[in-house]
Structure formats: structure tokens, C-alpha cells
Design a protein around this ligand. Sequence first.
Ligand code: PSU
Ligand code: MN
Length: 307
Amino acid sequence: MTDFAIRYGEHVTRARRDGRPVVALESTIISHGLPHPDNIRVAREIEQAVRDNGAVPATIGMIDGEVIVGLEDAQVERLASAQAVAKLSVRDLAIAAARRADGATTVAATSAIAAAAGIGVFATGGLGGVHREANVTYDESADLTALARTPIVVVCAGVKSILDVGATLERLETLGVSVAGYRTRRFPGFFITDGGFDLDWQLDSPEQVADFIRARTAQDVAEAALVLANPLPADEQLDPALHDRTLATGLNLLAEQNITGKAVTPFLLGHFHSSTEGRSLAVNIRIILRNAALAAQIAVAATDGSN
Ligand code: PSU
Ligand code: MN
């Protein structure tokens, strides 16, 4: 019988033993954020982008009730292929374990597990945040509160404009989550380079981000995450007019089909992918690969300084 302890993939066990840089990766983008079968290929490409930049990938998820840090290829494929993979936030982890479930971890759960495993850098696509009409629905991603108590660096491309971007930034401020743009003072809107909001800070190199990690540890004052927002170059973004049209039709469909709660994000992502004829998918993949590469460079810089 399992003792429910966190399990490590062999490659991650080796990396930890040898003090090599490790980057955490989430599994919800694979199971719920990207369409099958592209998701399997992309999951592998994300891991390769981490390796190409000198770090070891640790994709995190749950198999038969066990939290695994560093899923093997066949396990990633299982989470990418099955219909009944649960989407796991922090609060779901122990229940899903009791049920011996398969599950994909969100930003919230992945960050919490990664930090527990001593991993300091995590790459994803976009964060969850405050949904439009949250003033009525109270729908705010647990990503935000989880990041408030988890000391990790999350490399992302901001939040999708399917959310209320301004409200999300306000909540991150309230919750004490550090936010910086990577080589920019504008917060990206995932598919689009500029999400329409200014940031107080920017960090300009992997070494500077590694210094942030050292400073947070040395000061021992704050225990929240750093959201490092890494925008796509403007010439690689989704055409903003196409983006706005797709968002408008998606929001209408949500209302028509009465889709709420945790189904909202996967539904809108699916809508983007199908109604832009794959263009948003290509942009989405590009974002994740860029973030994985940057996260690996940060993990390497953070490790170099500590040896
Ligand atoms: N945003 C995206 N793509 C995603 C997600 C968010 O652009 O795939 C996923 C992430 O795993 C994130 C989760 O942690 O959705 C947030 O879901 P919710 O809003 O239900 O908390
Ligand atoms: Mn929600």
C-alpha cells in the first residue's frame, strides 16, 4: 500500500542528488489546456526546451493517487490521453490520493508540490486569475492564494485576457505576490504581447532573477512567489483583432451554455484553438517553450551561484 509520500522520477532523483538545476512543469496545460494529440508532442518539447537550456525537467502530476515529481514519458502520455484526468488544485491533492486517482496539477498545486520538493523555478503558459464577473461569481483561481504562500519563481506570459487582467494584478498585490516583467514594464496578456497594464518592476537577466531568489532567502521576510511575466515578441503574438473577436464569441458561448467554475478556462482555451484554425495553438506552444527555456536559464543561474 502506498504511504502517499511524494515520489520522484528517476531523472529528478539523480538531479537532486547531483545538485543539478531542476525546473518544475505543470500537467494541467497538457491534459486540459492543449488539444489531443498535440499535447503529447508539446509536453515532450517543453521538457526538451528545459534540457536544451541546461536544466532537468520535472513534470508534476498524480498517477494512481501518488504525487509524482518528474513523470516518466509513459505517465505524461497517460495524463495527456485519458478522458478522466482530474484537474487538481492544492485542495484536491489529498482527496484525489485517497481515491487513487490520476490527476493533472494546476499552477497552484504544481507550485506547492515543487516548493515542497525544494524546486525553486517553475515554467508554465499562463496563470489562473480573477475571472470576469468575479464580483458576482466569486470565481478567482486558487493559483493566486497558493502563490501567496509558496516561495517559487513562476515564469509565465501573464494571464489570458479571458480573465479580468486588472483585477488579477490587484489581487496579486493584495496577496503579496511579487510581480516583474522580463525585460518589460508591461504585463503581457498571454496571446498578446501587451495586456494593457503597467508593472512596477522589471528584471533583465536570468542572473538578476537568481539574485531575487537569493535576496528573498537572505532577507527571510517574504514567503510568496515571484510571477515573472515573459511576453512574446510583438511579431509573434496572435493578431490582436483576431484575438478580440475570438474572445467576444467565446464569452457569449460561455453565457449561452451556462458554463461556470473550473470548466471555464478549458472551455475558452478550446474555443480559441478551434476558432483560430490553430493559430492560437501555435502561439500557445511558442509561449510555453520560451518560458521553459527562460526558467531553465534561471535555474542554472540560481544553481551556479550556490555552488
Ligand atoms: N491559464 C491558461 N492555460 C491553462 C491554465 C490557465 O492560459 O492551461 C490552467 C493552469 O493549470 C492554471 C489553471 O493553474 O488552468 C487555473 O484554473 P482555475 O482557473 O480553475 O483555477
Ligand atoms: Mn475557478
